[in-house]
Design a binder for this molecule. Structure first.
Ligand SMILES: [Fe+2]
Length: 204
């Protein structure tokens, strides 16, 4: 897979991201940040577990660097929620969210490198989500830091992840995980688009 093929496979996510209403509707955006907070809390623990289940020195080295980049990102989402006047305790974790990251804990036991599929999906969505990020900034005057720092991910970074996957012995399993993660993320956007002020706390 190259960057343009990656873009193609993320087309429908990008479409949903701009049209789910979460970039303009405060309740949907707050729900997006809250559920994102819950799964981002697992990024570093998942990377650590993946390292323990890998024999590939290159993967281990890059994952250690990735841990440094990722650590504390969940706090940024939490900070944005506070800026928007929302309390995380009013937004419990959805079943969708638990399944989203939960599945990765099982997959990394087989081979830590499979986590690259999840990483590619999330970094790809972040890097290509510039239109949605602009909409968020146009509609909210605060609470946009998590979105802002994640769209700064550059294409060069994506190319490196893709090259790393191409060299992997479990490439097929990584791509299966990538496609599954993308389809789960689409489901997330569908759930967010259905959130109404009244039932947002019981969604999913
Ligand atoms: Fe992050």
């Amino acid at each position: 897979m190259n960057v343009s093929e990656l873009e193609q496979s993320l087309n429908s996510v990008m479409e949903k991201l701009s049209n789910a209403g979460l970039t303009s509707d405060r309740e949907k955006y707050v729900n997006f940040l809250a559920q994102t907070y819950y799964f981002v809390c697992h990024s570093v623990p998942l990377l650590e577990l993946a390292i323990r289940h890998s024999q590939n020195d290159d993967f281990i080295k890059r994952s250690l660097e990735h841990i440094k980049e990722e650590s504390g990102h969940e706090k940024i989402a939490l900070h944005d929620l506070k800026k928007l006047g929302a309390n995380i305790h009013d937004y419990p974790e959805w079943n969708w969210t638990q399944n989203f990251y939960g599945r990765q804990y099982d997959l990394v036991l087989e081979d830590g490198e499979i986590l690259l599929g999840y990483i590619l999906a999330l970094e790809g969505i972040a890097a290509l989500g510039k239109k949605a990020a602009k909409q968020v900034n146009d509609n909210f005057d605060r609470g946009t830091k998590f979105v802002d720092i994640h769209v700064e991910e550059d294409q060069d970074h994506l190319e490196k992840v893709l090259a790393q996957i191409e060299r992997s012995k479990v490439k097929q399993l990584i791509y299966i995980n990538f496609h599954h993660t993308v389809s789960q993320y689409e489901k997330f956007l569908d759930l967010l688009s259905q959130v109404e002020e009244e039932d947002l706390k019981i969604a999913a």
